[in-house]
Design a protein around this ligand. Structure first.
Ligand code: THU
Length: 144
């Protein structure tokens, strides 16, 4: 699959609903150390939107990213596939998922999956997961 195919499948996805869900949880982020609040929302294969926010920790590496929290919510909710994911954050620079979260998303999403990056006023840029994580290693690589 390629990014062009992503655009076609993205046409059927309600990104406004993902944006609203991510915006709802962004202010609830626990980010006393970075003061950088991030919201994420996953549209899963069951049609449900699973939100998440970053949750930091006094032991800094023990904190969780918003995407990670949304994936945990999706798994706890009983879904296993990501149809699309949106991330919202503040600032001039696009808040794209960190490297570790790109890999976490890949576990549950094929390379063509749309990843929408938003700011407070809406979606700023669309990517496919393949654009953010090219030549990825995923569950299929372990199949023999
Ligand atoms: N963060 C996320 O939750 N998602 C991203 O896509 C980028 C960064 C969080 C981690 C940390 O709590 C704060 O933002 C600053 O890095």
């Amino acid at each position: 699959m390629n990014p062009g195919e992503t655009a076609a499948s993205a046409a059927t996805i309600d990104f406004e609903a993902l944006f609203a869900a991510a915006m709802r949880v962004q202010p609830r982020a626990y980010a006393p150390y970075s003061r950088f609040r991030v919201g994420a929302a996953i549209l899963a294969d069951d049609g449900i939107v699973y939100p998440g926010c970053n949750v930091e920790n006094a032991a800094y590496p023990s904190g969780s990213c918003a995407e990670q929290s949304a994936i945990s919510a999706m798994i706890a909710g009983g879904a296993t596939r990501i149809a699309a994911i949106l991330v919202v954050g503040d600032g001039d620079v696009l808040v794209t998922p960190c490297g570790a979260c790109r890999q976490r998303i890949r576990e549950f999403a094929p390379p063509a999956t749309p990843v929408a990056i938003a700011g407070p006023r809406g979606i700023r840029q669309m990517f496919s997961l393949a654009e953010l994580l090219p030549a990825s290693f995923g569950p299929d690589n372990l199949r023999r």
